[in-house]
Ligand binder design. Sequence first.
Ligand code: HEC
Ligand code: HEC
Length: 176
Amino acid sequence: MRLAIILSLFLSISISSYALADSGKYERKGYVPQSKLLKPVKYKLYLDECGACHFAFQPELLPARSWQKMMNTLEDHFGDDASLDEESTAQIAAFLKWESAEQSSSKRAQKFLRSIRPNESPLRITETRYFKDKHDEVDPSVYKRKSIGSPANCIACHTTADKGNYQDEFVKVPRR
Ligand code: HEC
Ligand code: HEC
């Protein structure tokens, strides 16, 4: 009797370890490790002001020097006047500085940062080498689709961009 228990225990252990070995690694569907995510933006002033014309980009997508340059030239912001009152400009500039790529522990942010030369301060995330590498299979005509409009419209294709999640399994490129 005792032998049977021991035997069945041994069998069930070896069966379950076989099942584990068989499926390769343990995966939790839809789970993304924290290190791959960016912080979702919760700062209301930023969401209101910098999310009015386009997706409110996570500060971790650019280095502090880029944000500083941008905040100093808001009256001519990609052909638009995006200037704000002095107080809001200072608040948002501080937010961008302290949440920039350099301050981030996210691997994703580090990859954006490392793809930018130290002597460069790009104003466009979409012009960084990391962005270009990751989108080299997207035909330029795709960005012209009505519901996309521009490579800067992250959330058009990255359905979870506002959650800071740019993982490829959540990409859905609209057909029109
Ligand atoms: C009045 C409208 C407007 C406001 C307000 C505005 N932007 Fe923009 N922004 C634009 C336009 C237009 C572009 C170019 C978009 C494109 O190429 O698709 C742009 C582009 C950008 C880009 C570059 C996107 C890329 O190509 O990688 C960043 C970063 C950016 N804005 C940040 C900000 C920040 C930060 C604020 C708030 C201080 C802000 N924007 C407020 C109109 C605006
Ligand atoms: C036209 C749709 C489209 C737009 C707009 C777009 N992307 Fe992407 N993105 C893609 C596709 C497609 C991939 C590649 C997914 C794959 O490899 O399966 C990708 C990949 C990525 C990756 C790498 C994902 C991974 O798992 O390695 C990042 C990071 C990323 N995009 C960030 C951005 C950011 C930030 C923006 C906005 C500034 C943006 N994307 C705009 C379609 C888009």
